[in-house]
Design a protein around this ligand. Sequence first.
Ligand code: SAH
Length: 218
Amino acid sequence: MRNFEDTYQHKGLRKKLIDVLRTKGIISELVLEAMYNVPRHFFLDSAFDKIAYEDRAFPIGADQTISQPYTVAYQTQLLNVHRSDKILEIGTGSAYQASILAEMGVWVYTIERQRKLYDDNKIFLFKCKYPNIKFFYGDGFEGLPTYAPFNKILITAAAPLVPPKLVQQLKTGGIMVLPVIEKDKQRMLRITKKEDGNYNEEWFDYFSFVPMLEGKNG
Ligand code: SAH
């Protein structure tokens, strides 16, 4: 069950969350505005209604989680989103991150490997608000060659390496943001594709994501 009412109380809690994100170092007003505009409790079971605006990850079924708001804001900020960007997201999950991107006016192509989560999104009414999101069931390591190239690629599960097929599907000058597994930790990486097909790397903070897994499930 979900609660699709967005009350003053929810809006107040969201405003507090935005203040928390600011104190943790998020400075992009575009990102903060999108996070204020998208009601996170719509993406969770109504049992989480009162705590949906705490800066925490929560379970969404199939052993997966909706990312912590700080993590969503951090990755979105690193993507340096421009209106009219075509963005590929790996790991749709609850579709919260996809909705934040869609709220910023971009085209979102999002892939999920868990059949159940993909099916749940098919009946998720809030997504009608964003005709600029396209949902796919598949393996993110393969990307979406038919729709490539993309201006930006965002991976929301911990990757063992930079997926080579995704680099191919990135435009020259395009950006990919992903958490990469380093021994027992995961570190945020941003790559920028160069004209010769290689890329520059910038390393950021450590995070905790569910793993990016090969193949489809279900
Ligand atoms: N962006 C999501 C966070 C989801 S958690 C949100 O906003 O809620 C990461 C998701 O990545 C999980 O749903 C998991 O099933 C999915 N995933 C893991 N490996 C994948 C792969 N190879 N291809 C597509 N999705 C994958």
